[in-house]
Design a binder for this molecule. Structure first.
Ligand SMILES: *[C@@H]1O[C@H](CO)[C@@H](O)[C@H](O)[C@H]1NC(C)=O
Length: 173
């Protein structure tokens, strides 16, 4: 009886040490993964906001970051399409059309990028770079026409998230 109580205590102690250890090592994995990223804060907040990151390896973290980019790019395309419906200025309309094309490309590219993570990291990285370019091209459609883009912060989020993805993938190569 005395022995089994002691044994239970020892195993509880052991389990809590193990749990603490694995919890910390996962926190360290996210920290280490984001440390050298171009956007370390965005990297950490994006990964931490997804519960799946608690058990993910670096490949899984790249997947999570790609998914987060897809969510924001999808929202941007929806926003662009809403603006297009009510825009009458032909120049602004053409800028928005460029953005619609660029974000449609991004929505097509990102799932392919996800597929390549782990199997062809070079291709996955070039897709992350393409998504960066797509968000930038949307923004430039406005600046080249001396117009103010009505959603610059949202373009920046997609551009930066694609940078987060590229940084994580560079750890896999
Ligand atoms: C990424 O998104 C897809 C589609 O929504 C989902 O099936 C998948 O589980 C997500 N992956 C991760 C790692 O969150």
């Amino acid at each position: 009886m005395v022995i089994s109580v002691t044994m239970t205590r020892i195993s509880l102690l052991f389990l809590s040490i193990l749990f603490t250890f694995s919890y910390h090592s996962q926190a360290d994995l996210i920290g280490d993964t984001c440390k050298k990223n171009d956007f370390p804060d965005l990297c950490i907040s994006t990964l931490r906001s997804n519960p799946g990151s608690m058990t993910a390896d670096v490949k899984g973290l790249a997947h999570i970051a790609f998914n987060a980019t897809l969510v924001k790019a999808t929202a941007n395309l929806k926003h662009v399409n809403e603006l297009l419906k009510k825009e009458n200025d032909p120049i602004l309309k053409s800028c928005l059309l460029t953005c619609a094309e660029q974000y449609a490309d991004a929505l097509h590219d990102i799932p392919m990028g996800v597929q390549y993570v782990g199997s062809n990291n070079f291709e996955a990285a070039s897709i992350a770079a393409a998504v960066t370019d797509e968000a930038r091209s949307c923004e430039e459609a406005f600046t080249e026409n001396n117009r103010k883009c009505p959603f610059t912060p949202e373009n920046d989020v997609v551009r930066h998230l694609a940078g987060v993805v590229a940084g994580i993938i560079s750890l896999l190569r």
